[in-house]
Design a protein around this ligand. Structure first.
Ligand code: PLP
Length: 436
């Protein structure tokens, strides 16, 4: 590869060692038509690639880097934990402290829907366990999910999933046996009539509805006013559970997550967390009432386990992250997100590009459509071809965006005014690139 850049050489080498050169598909930059950047370090709002080039980062490790990369308190906590042992496969006081912290933060008007928490290592495990628990609790098999929602890559949840599945334009995944796929009923999002029909036909067999609290894996598509509450009511009328997936929104869009800020209160039976709760290390969680959660082994008949569950380094990172996510941090994140979202909208407006910028708290994304998409079909109908040139123009100017139009933009508490100014300054050229 004479004349190839270091990033290109790294990618060629990676492709010879790993399928597609990556360990998670969207990292291959397949839908944005350029070479993935290989990062070697990150600090605050910035990442640095193998060529020594610095980028302002709006991916944030896909969510965990909410305080900014390598936040000193988080790094210190992990170093302290590491000095005491990398893992014991046994109980530690730190796990209890993190579980207590999660329970105390996840409240609405002072009421806590969580009494017990189990720590796992990935969001996929959290949702997979929540579903097994819902099936164990109800004695029913069917699960309802919404098209375009991503809940990780367990077999039953890949049907019409958003995120990487959407980026690759796949209907689901090969390797999922038809009888397993048949246990998942997929319903259009924001469509209560469709949901009611499914319950009218199969209500007695449905164990749970799983829903992204505010969908962010088909770009941002906020729930219609009262949608989550109506979903919860419908599930409960039929003896099914509501699994609220806050893996992406949890501790990001507010001190608890979407649950604490949805304009219409509702009750969820199980809530899943990931990303922020692990502070950048592999840790996720699920929680609910004691009665439900104690159906898990060792107390109950629903099995779940993990060699690395509650790993002390991950627990330390999660605790330090949550402890530093105070009102001031959220105010900084919200303000930076608002400035960038507004500037993106006005740059596209000036360039004459049809667009909407949808928001869910401090999460936002651009959609190249005249009307705000409300479900997966309308998301897929947008002029998605405008995103790759937009993305590349931002990258060329030193701003790293999510490499897919179907992903949310992640802002951190380290995105200060100067950082945001640089993003804002890059947007007009990217908008012009999108117009072509
Ligand atoms: N649920 C939601 C809402 C997510 O956004 C994700 C990941 O992006 C997951 C579950 C899966 O989490 P993980 O990638 O940690 O397995």
């Amino acid at each position: 590869m004479t004349g190839a850049s270091t990033n290109e050489r790294e990618f060629a080498r990676a492709r010879a060692a790993m399928p597609g050169g990556v360990n998670s598909p969207v990292r291959a930059f397949g839908s944005v038509g350029t070479t993935p950047r290989f990062f070697v370090s990150a600090s605050g709002p910035r990442v640095t690639d193998v060529e020594g080039r610095e980028y302002i980062d709006l991916v944030g490790s896909w969510g965990p880097a909410i305080l900014g990369h390598a936040h000193p308190a988080v790094v210190r906590a992990v170093q302290d934990a590491a000095a005491h042992g990398l893992g014991f496969g046994a109980s530690t006081p730190g796990e209890t402290e993190l579980a207590e912290l999660i329970v105390s933060r996840v409240s609405r008007d002072g009421a806590h829907p969580l009494e017990r928490v189990r720590l796992v290592s990935t969001g996929t495990e959290a949702t997979m366990t929540a579903i097994r628990l819902a099936r164990g609790a109800t004695g029913r098999d069917l699960i309802v999910k919404f098209a375009g929602h991503y809940h990780g890559h367990s077999d039953g949840l890949l049907a019409e999933a958003g995120s990487g599945v959407a980026t690759l334009a796949m209907p689901g995944s090969a390797g999922v046996p038809a009888p397993i796929a048949a246990q998942t009923l997929v319903v259009p999002y924001n469509d209560l009539d469709a949901l009611r029909e499914v319950f009218a036909a199969r209500g007695d067999d449905i164990a749970a509805i799983i829903v992204e609290a505010a969908p962010a894996n088909m770009g941002i598509v906020p729930p219609a006013h009262g949608f989550n509450a109506a979903v919860a009511d419908l599930a409960h009328e039929h003896g099914a559970l509501l699994i609220l997936d806050e893996v992406l929104t949890g501790f990001r869009v507010g001190p608890a997550g979407w649950y604490g800020v949805d304009p219409v209160p509702f009750s969820a039976d199980l809530i899943t967390f990931g990303k922020v709760v692990g502070g950048g290390l592999p840790l996720a969680a699920l929680g609910g009432s004691a009665a439900l959660m104690e159906l898990l082994a060792p107390l109950g008949p629903v099995y779940q386990a993990g060699t690395l569950s509650g790993n002390p380094l991950a627990v330390a990172a999660g605790r330090a992250t949550l402890e530093n996510l105070d009102a001031a941090a959220y105010a900084r994140i919200d303000a930076a997100a608002e400035r960038i979202a507004d500037a993106a909208a006005s740059a596209l407006e000036v360039a004459g590009v049809t667009h909407v910028v949808q928001r869910a708290g401090n999460l936002f994304s651009i959609q190249f459509a005249a009307e705000a998409p409300t479900d997966y079909e309308t998301v897929k109908a947008q002029e998605a071809f405008r995103y790759p040139p937009f993305f590349r123009a931002m990258l060329d100017q030193g701003v790293s965006l999510p490499p897919s139009v179907f992903e949310a933009w992640f802002v951190s508490a380290a995105h200060d005014d100067e950082t945001v100014d640089r993003v804002v300054a890059a947007l007009p050229a990217a908008a012009r690139a999108a117009a072509e």
